[in-house]
Design a protein around this ligand. Structure first.
Ligand SMILES: CC(C)(COP(=O)(O)OP(=O)(O)OC[C@H]1O[C@@H](n2cnc3c(N)ncnc32)[C@H](O)[C@@H]1OP(=O)(O)O)[C@@H](O)C(=O)NCCC(=O)NCCS
Length: 144
């Protein structure tokens, strides 16, 4: 099923997906997700009952806020499809570049991002609650 745009009414379902995908300390509830979607330039996509991505595009720069795929549905291309939709959405909103942060320990997500054309542009030491470093990745949206 292809990704469709996220609506505010989807947030309780997205909170359940987020809780399934992330450790309890990192899970965002429906209020937190609604806040993110409601930020200036906030947007997102969902594959029903499977996964979602939240992003934001402001003043020519876009950012992935979160990406979650249910454990039972992984390695079937959903994460890649959601990321592609978010990249398209960023271009549609006039962004020329997209950034994201990912734990250096999160090898699965990092390889997804690198294979989608992101490159490492920075490091935030001990950025996450588990003490792990964040890699800052960037993709030029004019690169196709
Ligand atoms: C990261 C995540 C979104 C990937 O979702 P997914 O639907 O499984 O991703 P895809 O099936 O589209 O994978 C695309 C490619 O990414 C890479 N990849 C994804 N998961 C991987 C893993 N666990 N190990 C190694 N490579 C992985 C592979 O190159 C994969 O292609 P392949 O399956 O043909 O080898 C999912 O594992 C998840 O929700 N993880 C927990 C939350 C999280 O870490 N979110 C990102 C935070 S920045």
């Amino acid at each position: 099923m292809p990704p469709r745009p996220l609506l505010p009414a989807d947030m309780p379902g997205m909170a359940a997906l987020h809780a399934a995908a992330f450790p309890p300390a990192e899970a965002w509830d429906a209020d937190a997700l609604s806040l993110m979607l409601g930020l200036e330039g906030g947007y997102g996509f969902v594959v029903e009952n499977t996964g979602f991505i939240l992003a934001r595009a402001v003043a020519g720069e876009a950012e992935v806020l979160t990406l979650a795929v249910a454990p039972a549905a992984r390695r079937a291309g959903t994460g890649r499809a959601l990321l592609a939709a978010a990249l398209d959405g960023a271009s549609t909103r006039g962004a020329h570049t997209m950034f994201l942060e990912v734990s250096r320990n999160n090898t699965g997500a990092t390889s997804l991002y690198l294979s989608a054309g992101f490159t490492e542009v920075g490091l935030r030491r001990r950025y996450y609650s588990d003490g792990s470093d964040a890699l800052v990745l960037r993709r030029d949206l004019s690169a196709g």
